[in-house]
Write a protein that binds this ligand. Structure first.
Ligand code: PLP
Length: 402
């Protein structure tokens, strides 16, 4: 066997640089289901504030059982992409239920929200179109736009985060484009802030634009019954395209979807490349996601509990002397500054039994490294109090609070 030794040496050198910059990511191994607490290999049980398991459905009996039953009924895999022989009845049931949940005519599932987003832009735009994106949109949206632009399908621009004047300006500059598309996250994952959706919709009407919202951190989270950012603002049914994940509040397994008109979903079935050239969502995962949606619809109190927990944690961490970014979502980021300090603090919190992740450049801007706390409906008040005590102890040690 002759491996290219130069290539390996170059990779090792680059990895050493990442270590020196303090941005090297260590993989933590869990040895239990995702819940309020997890068993971390070599460490025993720790409280987790790092998970997107917002509603605590990842280990919900009904959700887990649905996957087991589907394994028996449908087997392990799809053996194909959707349009060949990879579409099972459970995909159709899931897609109908997801459309009902987010308030659209139809939906189409993907193996991840990344794939759903990646394939979207190039499928819905034609040469001469213009796509504009919030500066803090998720990487999958950025890549989707880059791809559409690279193949000559559209021009693109970025507006300052949640700056509606800048959005108007960018759209006005593209008034001769064949069509205009506005892309935004519903909830911005590193800030925990919510898109100004009603204003975006007004601006879209003024400029004859289409609105696409990635609601990955809002589905199951925002709105009285967890229907997402449109429900939060009372504009269900007014967003042209909604994309979201099945890998966060909806059970956390995997998968994503696009929701909108029947024509949109049909066009994605015909033309979206991740849909055409990658195997369908495994039936077990589709069945667990379907059970999650049904559980959410039958248990709106989970959403209320999540909101109560988030409000409680935000108030308590502020009371403890920290200054989290303001907001009303279960994402509570605490800005630390330097990446190395955020990473160190995350390590120290783990020593105190709290698993919470530090994020640095390039995931967030230089100098704005942070500890991102994510609250779940699965946390008890005792869990949250324990986390606050750990934050106080570590915050004092690193001189962040008195
Ligand atoms: C806003 C947003 N969109 C898309 C994704 C990708 O989701 P998935 O894990 O389903 O690919 C994420 C995940 O981090 C996200 O935060």
């Amino acid at each position: 066997m002759t491996l290219n030794a130069k290539f390996t040496a170059q990779l090792e050198e680059r990895l050493d640089q990442l270590r020196a910059e303090g941005v090297y990511k260590r993989l933590n191994h869990l040895d239990s289901p995702q819940d309020a607490r997890v068993i971390m290999e070599g460490r025993g049980e720790v409280l987790i504030l790092s998970s997107n398991n917002y509603l605590g459905l990842a280990n919900q009996r009904e959700v887990v059982n649905a996957g087991k039953l589907a394994l028996d009924k449908f087997g392990a895999g799809t053996g194909s992409v959707r349009f060949i022989c990879g579409t099972f009845t459970v995909h159709r049931e899931l897609e109908a239920e997801l459309a009902r949940l987010v308030g659209t005519e139809a939906s189409l599932s993907y193996v991840s929200a990344w794939n759903a987003n990646e394939g979207l832009t190039a499928t819905i735009v034609e040469q001469g179109d213009f796509v504009v994106s919030d500066a803090l949109n998720h990487a999958s949206i950025i890549d989707s736009m880059r791809l559409a632009k690279a193949i000559g399908k559209c021009e693109t621009a970025v507006y300052k985060h949640s700056d509606m004047d800048d959005l108007r300006e960018k759209l006005a500059g593209a008034k001769d484009a064949r069509r205009r598309v506005i892309w935004t996250d519903g909830v911005f994952s590193m800030e925990g802030s919510i898109a100004r959706l009603p204003e975006i919709l007004d601006i879209a009407r003024e400029h004859d634009a289409i609105v696409a919202v990635d609601d990955s951190h809002a589905t199951g989270v925002l709105g009285a019954t967890g229907r997402g950012t449109p429900e939060h603002f009372g504009v269900v049914g007014e967003v042209d395209v909604i994309t979201s994940t099945l890998g966060k509040a909806l059970g956390g397994a995997a998968g994503g979807f696009v929701a909108g008109s029947t024509a949109l979903c049909d066009m994605l079935t015909q033309r979206s490349r991740p849909q055409l050239f990658s195997n369908a969502l495994p039936p077990t995962v589709a069945a667990s996601a379907l059970a999650s949606v049904r559980y959410l619809q039958a248990h709106p109190e989970r959403v209320i509990r999540l909101r109560d927990n988030a409000n409680y944690f935000r108030a308590a961490i502020t009371e403890a002397g920290f200054a989290p970014l303001p907001g009303e979502t279960p994402i509570v980021p605490i800005i630390i500054g330097e990446t190395a300090t955020a990473m160190k603090m995350s390590d120290m919190l783990l020593e105190e039994g709290v698993f919470v992740t530090g994020f640095g450049f390039p995931v967030v801007p230089q100098g704005e490294a942070r500890i991102r706390c994510q609250v779940s409906a699965s946390h008890s008040r005792d869990d949250l109090d324990e986390a606050i005590a750990a934050f106080k102890a570590v915050g004092k040690k690193v001189g962040l609070i008195k």
